[in-house]
Design a binder for this molecule. Structure first.
Ligand code: T1G
Length: 700
């Protein structure tokens, strides 16, 4: 009757509508159609109550995101929920796994909700640039009150079944036998002549404090989300829920939902949802490749990076041996980790019990021999190739056969490091981003000899420690830092051509970057680039205009935040950045030395140059096979470099702009700026010529 995705069967006086649409029971057209049919059957048979439950690992986890942008197919979810809301029988949702988005909206439309204790509920639409478009903004506040609804819907984070019950969003929580319990619950409710409670019929008013809460949330979210539209629209829907009858609130919600669906920000965020999942897939890796089991890890180097990496593994329950050259160095490293955790505890992010458990996973040593039996070693020592080669040669003689030897290097050649060992197949890069215990990106860098199993292992262990792993081929700077060089070059050139640090950074931050490029340089330390340039020839350094100011700042002792001043002056207490006239004196002197007459630059030129410099280099990486797919590059930039997810990453940005427009702009830069910097990536030219898309490009 309803095909295989939805079945209906009777259990005594209770009808059970069961959904089986793996992997997450998304509300595809077939599912919506099947539920509608099952409700029709249940409305005329002699059942007294109807249970809605799901097979597999979770209750409905939302609308089918793959259907967005395609022609709608009846019944729509709102139509289905209108039928459900007015169904003649008592309806009960049986929740397990993660009842999310449209799935939770289905449950909220049922008269009652019973959940497995391990179950979670949530309305994560905001993470897709959307809002609950099937009554969620109208029913949630009626059941749980406005403050809880504001938090649940604007954060998009799931809550436990227990918490949901406290908020009146779930009526009963059971430890097991969910479907049987739901059937028994139905019988019990019928016997008690329980009312067919409709959330839509509940009254809601807007108190003065609720109104204040919503207004203050509008301001807070505008700042926090850097201009995302969905959170603002959600708050408007919640006000409508409190100020108007259900039907008109529902109508307003639909209008705001359709605006979100058409918004480029949502297209970008939905792109990122699938991009993050695609990044985990390694093309050409045999399907039966088994990752090695990693239960113990050695970290070499107890500095900032090594300590942060150690925290990632310890928090995932993996035994860590933190090694450095001296006991003193290791002791300092451990103290820094403990201090980091104390700050998290003070902020209420972690409990002392959790911290003690995590710290118990970390042992320390100043003797490499203690790494003889670990499954994996991650080297995080000084960024010098010779030092790294010595470390790997030593590890090669100590670690057990089959141990994975990874380097956290940002630039150095994995192949040269691997050649220092007798096991190059076990060597690869695992490039973390500072602070390693916070930043989600992990670049897994494949050496020429890295085996499939070792690559699969690094990708899997990355996921286990909560990272988003992206595979990179071997080139100087891998994916992220190779592109960053061009981004930084354009920022430096905009400065010396006539702009100021404040204009460049505020232009990029207003556009959506978490932090402007010059402020980022100050954070990382200007001396790092300075030291790297010292090892290069004049030719390798490129156009002096692209680094003269940075050099002059370092030579003036302005290393960035670490010295209290760089491109900006930093308040010693708040670390707030302030413009500093001394910097513009240095810039003016450099302009004179180079014979550059300053001109006015518009913010749009700054944004275009920096974003197109990234995407153009990204297209070269893609064509060289360093990145597997364009969306991997977007994942690298959104998870490792503060690129706004609501722009979808550099490659999605130019795809949305139109590759023909992007190429025309690059050609305009080629004609007006330094032509060596603005050579259109051959792949972009090819795609414009044949009308192709970056999203469809796969290197043969
Ligand atoms: N639609 C289509 N496919 C989905 C999907 C969805 N909603 N959710 C997951 N998938 C796919 C996913 O792409 C992957 O595919 C596989 O399922 C496993 O997912 C009207 C408008 C549920 C917590 O935002 O948060 O309802 O890669 O790898 O880590 O108001 O998936 O295997 O081919 O993530 O165990 C709202 C999104 C939609 C939930 C499971 N719902 N999903 O996590 O597995 S909008 C969401 C998740 C909406 C209504 C609005 C997670 C998960 P493949 P996975 P997981």
């Amino acid at each position: 009757m309803m095909g295989t995705v939805v079945t209906y069967e009777r259990h005594g006086s209770v009808g059970v509508i069961r959904i089986n649409n793996p992997p997450v029971n998304a509300l595809s057209h077939a599912v919506r159609y099947g539920i509608m049919e099952a409700l029709a059957t249940a409305s005329t048979d002699d059942s007294l109550a109807v249970v809605l439950s799901c097979d597999g690992r979770t209750f409905i986890a939302g609308a089918d995101i793959t259907e967005f942008g395609k022609p709608p197919q009846a019944p729509s979810l709102p139509d289905l929920l209108l039928t459900l809301d007015n169904h003649p029988k008592l309806t009960i949702a049986a929740i397990h796994g993660t009842a999310l988005g449209g799935g939770f909206e289905v449950a909220l439309t049922c008269n009652y909700r019973i959940a497995l204790a391990t179950g979670k509920v949530g309305l994560p639409e905001v993470k897709l640039g959307l809002l609950p478009g099937a009554g969620g903004t109208q029913r949630t506040p009626r059941l749980a009150g406005l403050p809880a609804a504001v938090d649940l819907i604007t954060s998009g984070n799931p809550i436990s079944a227990q918490r949901a019950m406290t908020l009146q969003l779930v009526d009963k929580v059971v430890e097991d036998s969910l479907e049987d319990s739901a059937i028994a619950y139905g019988v019990e409710l019928v016997e008690q002549s329980a009312p067919q409670r409709q959330a839509s019929a509940l009254a809601l008013s807007l108190s003065a404090e609720d109104k204040y809460l919503i207004e203050s949330m509008k301001a807070k979210l505008l700042k926090k989300t850097r201009g995302e539209h969905a959170p603002q629209r959600i708050l408007d829907c919640l006000i409508a829920a409190a100020e108007s009858p259900f039907e008109s609130g529902l109508k307003r919600e639909r209008e705001e939902f359709m605006k979100c669906l058409a918004d480029p920000q949502s297209a970008a965020l939905r792109h990122m949802f699938f991009a993050e999942r695609a990044a985990a897939k390694i093309e050409k890796l045999p399907k039966d490749t088994q990752p090695l089991a990693i239960t113990s890890v050695g970290i070499i180097g107890a500095g900032t990076m090594g300590g942060g990496i150690a925290m990632c593994f310890a928090q995932a329950g993996i035994a860590v041996t933190l090694v450095d050259m001296t006991d003193e160095a290791v002791k300092l490293g451990l103290e820094k980790i403990a201090k980091n955790y104390a700050i998290s505890e003070k902020k209420g992010r972690l409990t002392r019990a959790h911290i003690d458990l995590t710290m118990a996973n970390i042992t320390t040593s100043s003797n490499f021999d203690d790494l003889a039996n670990v499954d994996m070693v991650i080297e995080a020592v000084f960024e010098n190739l010779e030092v790294k080669k010595e470390v790997f040669a030593k590890l090669d003689g100590i670690c057990k056969p089959g141990a994975v030897l990874a380097s956290n290097t940002s630039y150095q050649s994995i192949d040269e490091i691997a050649a220092a060992t007798m096991r190059p197949e076990s060597v690869l890069g695992m490039h973390f981003f500072s602070p390693a215990n916070v930043m989600k990106l992990l670049e897994v860098v494949k050496g020429a000899a890295s085996s499939d199993a070792v690559i699969a292992t690094a990708m899997a262990v990355g996921k286990k420690i909560g990272k988003v792993s992206v595979l990179s081929g071997m080139c100087y700077g891998f994916i992220g830092n190779r592109m960053l060089k061009h981004y930084g070059r354009e920022a430096a050139l905009c400065l010396i051509e006539g702009s100021t640090p404040a204009q460049i950074d505020s232009a990029m931050e207003s556009w959506g970057m978490a932090m402007g490029p010059l402020a980022v340089s100050d954070l990382a330390g200007l001396d790092i680039g300075y030291k790297a340039r010292e090892q290069l020839t004049a030719e390798q350094k490129g156009d002096p205009a692209s680094y003269m100011v940075a050099d002059r700042l370092v030579e003036a002792g302005r290393l960035g935040q670490k010295s209290g001043a760089g491109y900006y002056q930093y308040d010693p207490e708040t670390r707030e950045r302030q413009e500093d006239s001394a910097v513009m004196s240095i810039v003016t002197a450099a302009r004179q030395e180079l014979g550059i007459t300053p001109r006015e630059l518009k913010d749009a030129e700054i944004v275009n140059r920096l974003t197109l410099a990234l995407a153009n280099e990204g297209a070269k990486l893609l064509q060289e096979g360093i990145a597997q797919r364009a969306s991997d590059i977007d994942v690298v930039y959104c998870y490792g470099y503060g690129f706004p997810r609501f722009k979808g990453g550099p490659m999605h940005t130019i795809e949305s702009m139109g590759l023909d427009i992007a190429v025309a702009q690059i050609n305009e830069f080629h004609g007006r700026l330094n032509p060596e910097h603005w050579q259109v990536a051959p792949l972009l030219a090819e795609l414009v010529d044949n009308g192709g898309q970056l999203a469809d490009y796969h290197r043969e």
